[in-house]
Design a protein around this ligand. Structure first.
Ligand SMILES: [Zn+2]
Length: 289
């Protein structure tokens, strides 16, 4: 495959146009893609080796959060930006590989999941082209989601990634990130065997845990979120960090309302998820009170 060209025929004139490569990147050496469903390889300059020989056993999904696809590809591939991803999934379903799966792409930034902080070393990063919350946040086209599903299924098989380790950037960096966001159809992925999901419990009136609360119930909520994998304090005080993690949880698992308030629906959905995890999957939590 040749860098910077797209073999598949597009639907409209915009898609028939080859996407321009960042010029400074044109000399990058190409590589054989890890999957036959990648339509092209655009090598990124931004990657390294996985630390301590760590193998990828997690997938982190992102949106590009930029107004146009050309700019997003340039940012993820050009030298000096210090960001990259293994794959970019375009709105029309084409899949571009930018970093070999064996290498450490730079997509997660300061992140944490299940006690692990070097998320880039243990994950495959997939950037889904979408303008994001700052640029109108359009729906994800079905053909794009179908491509994400196919790509993830292959990675899960190749890398033995369990469903509960297919995560959002917002799950591993809840204080900094919202992507891929509450419009991302996690239920559709789960219907195809990708990602851990339960039907969210209905939203009803009743008691809530909210910012400022200090109680054993808050400590229990925090411990449950931490057991699922979130990086959250477990001191029993509903602080700003807890609010961010509850909102991240809602964005992924209870997207009908994202307010950071732990209502009955949020807590029930969390416990249903924990109950349906594989026996060896829950994170050990050391509570400090
Ligand atoms: Zn991201």
């Amino acid at each position: 495959m040749t860098s910077g060209t797209f073999a598949s025929a597009g639907i409209d004139s915009k898609r028939q146009r080859a996407l321009p490569l960042p010029g400074a990147n044109a000399g990058m050496q190409s590589f054989i893609p890890d999957t036959s469903i990648a339509s092209d390889v655009i090598p990124s300059a931004n990657y390294g080796d996985r630390n301590n020989g760590r193998l990828a056993d997690m997938i982190v999904l992102h949106y590009t959060g930029m107004p146009d696809v050309e700019g997003a590809i340039a940012r993820l591939c050009a030298p000096g930006t210090d960001v990259s991803a293994h794959y970019i999934v375009l709105e029309d379903g084409r899949i571009v590989q930018c970093v070999p799966e064996s290498k450490r792409a730079w997509h997660a930034g300061a992140s944490c999941w299940a006690g692990e902080q070097d998320i880039n070393s243990c994950s495959i990063g997939i950037e889904i082209v979408n303008r994001g919350h700052d640029w109108g946040y359009p729906d994800f086209p079905l053909r794009q989601i179908a491509a994400v599903i196919a790509l993830c299924r292959g990675i899960m098989l190749r890398r033995k990634v369990p469903s509960h380790r297919v995560l959002a950037h917002s799950d591993v960096a809840p204080g900094r990130k919202k992507d891929p966001g509450e419009k991302f159809p996690w239920h559709s992925l789960a219907n195809s065997g990708v990602g851990h999901w339960v039907q969210p419990a209905p939203i009803v009136r009743g008691e809530t845990l909210r910012p400022g609360s200090i109680s054993d119930d808050v400590a229990g909520l925090q411990a449950a979120l931490a057991r699922y994998g979130y990086n959250v304090p477990t001191h029993g005080k509903f602080d700003a960090a807890t609010l961010e993690v509850v909102a991240a949880f809602q964005r992924h698992f209870r997207p009908a309302r994202i307010d950071g308030v732990a209502d009955h629906s949020t807590v029930s959905t969390l416990h249903a998820l924990l109950a349906s995890l594989p026996a060896d999957a829950a994170t050990t939590v050391l509570t400090a009170k």
